[in-house]
Design a binder for this molecule. Structure first.
Ligand SMILES: *Cc1c(COP(=O)(O)O)cnc(C)c1O
Length: 374
């Protein structure tokens, strides 16, 4: 089966009792044990959630899927694979919440982390210690759209007996499948492209290895960061259109990247589909298309917030991956929790603006941006 056929059908056979074509929303906290023993308690398992977990496992070419109440819920649960004294190598330009959890919370549990630019494989190797148990990759990165070579990172993880994790939120399984490139665990914030409509929070982990699944499955039930059946149903509904949405996100992002590259007020555009982007060749190899996310730097950085305030179609908001175009200012919004000197050292200057390109008519997006840039 190919991608969209799986998205629409796997885990979603018509209901045996009623023939319902759509998976029902099983709103129940517990299950009668008289006639069956498969379902026990809602935190431990739910049929709507199970349908989504089966579906996501198939979309990521994995074997096991697990869903959570948010992306951070999924991430926290995955981090219970670590023990006091372990060390993790993390993509430097990562999701702000991931940076925060490693530096402010995991550090208190005796788990150390080193942040490196993963486009530089030598610095990844150099960061590895005897205690390194996990490599945490993100690609394309946030907010600079750097491209990390997942096959190479997976090989390094294997060579050092570390668990290779990839946060695949920015690409979605339609554009990139990290497990097929040798990574051990895929992480998703379902809040973004998988849900796709900016109406739920959710997270997921997908893997092939039974040993990892056993531990993370136990932790899912033990920690309890599980999603509601209704949210799972909304993600199942969102995933059915993932392929068509991603194609349109990519069409629009490519058009906007070209428009912004040619604009006199813009100093630089970061989009892996532009031939001058340093990750262009790797992106071409490991992604189906370059994605719906891009960022750019204004020549006059003091103007960033003023430009964003003038927009009418594009919405000034955090988050990404929905049908509507969102624009934001990393230095004061999504990445405000990264200390200023650290932020600037990593290229997240005050003139940097990030765009999650939606699926509106691209002419309206171009007009709105052109007008706001003046
Ligand atoms: C949003 C996001 C997360 C966190 O997900 P939540 O659903 O907000 O908890 C993690 N990683 C990436 C790349 C994200 O964009």
């Amino acid at each position: 089966m190919r991608f969209s056929t799986k998205a629409i059908h796997v885990g979603q056979e018509p209901d045996r009792a009623t023939g319902a074509v759509t998976v029902p929303i099983y709103m129940t906290s517990t299950y009668s044990q008289r006639a069956q023993k498969e379902w026990v308690y809602g935190r431990t398992g739910n049929p709507t959630r199970a349908a989504l977990e089966t579906n996501l496992a198939a979309l990521e070419e994995g074997k096991h899927g697990l869903c959570f109440s948010s992306g951070m819920g999924a991430i926290t649960t995955a981090l219970t694979l670590l023990t006091k004294g372990d060390h993790v190598v993390v993509t430097d330009d990562c999701y702000g919440g991931v940076y925060r959890i490693f530096t402010r919370i995991m550090s208190r549990y005796g788990i150390e982390s080193t942040f490196v630019d993963m486009t530089d494989l030598v610095s990844v190797e150099d960061a590895i210690r005897g205690e390194t148990r996990m490599i945490w990759a993100e690609t394309p990165t946030n907010p600079l759209m750097k491209i990390v070579d997942l096959k190479e990172i997976a090989a390094i993880a294997k060579a050092h007996d570390a668990i290779g994790v990839c946060d695949n939120t920015f690409a979605s399984p339609y554009l990139q499948q990290p497990l097929a490139m040798g990574m051990d665990i895929v992480v998703h914030s379902m809040t973004k492209y998988l849900g796709g409509h900016a109406d739920i929070l959710g997270g997921a982990l997908v893997m092939r290895r039974d040993d990892l699944f056993e531990k993370v499955h136990f932790a899912q039930n033990a920690l309890g960061a599980v999603p509601s059946p209704f949210d799972c149903w909304l993600v199942l509904r969102g995933v059915k259109t993932l392929a068509v949405r991603m194609e349109k996100h990519c069409d629009n992002a490519e058009a906007l990247a070209t428009f912004l590259s040619n604009h006199s007020k813009i100093a630089k555009v970061f989009y892996p589909g532009l031939p001058h982007h340093p990750g262009f060749t790797i992106a071409k190899r490991q992604m189906r298309r370059p994605g719906g996310m891009l960022s750019f730097v204004l020549k006059d950085s003091a103007q960033a917030m003023h430009v964003l305030q003038r927009l009418e179609v594009l919405t000034l908001a955090e988050s990404l991956g929905g049908v509507e175009t969102l624009i934001e200012h990393p230095a004061s919004m999504t990445h405000a929790s990264v200390p200023r000197d650290e932020r600037e050292a990593r290229g997240m200057t005050d003139g940097l603006v990030r765009l999650s390109v939606g699926i509106e008519d691209v002419e309206d997006l171009v007009d709105d941006l052109g007008h706001a840039l003046g």
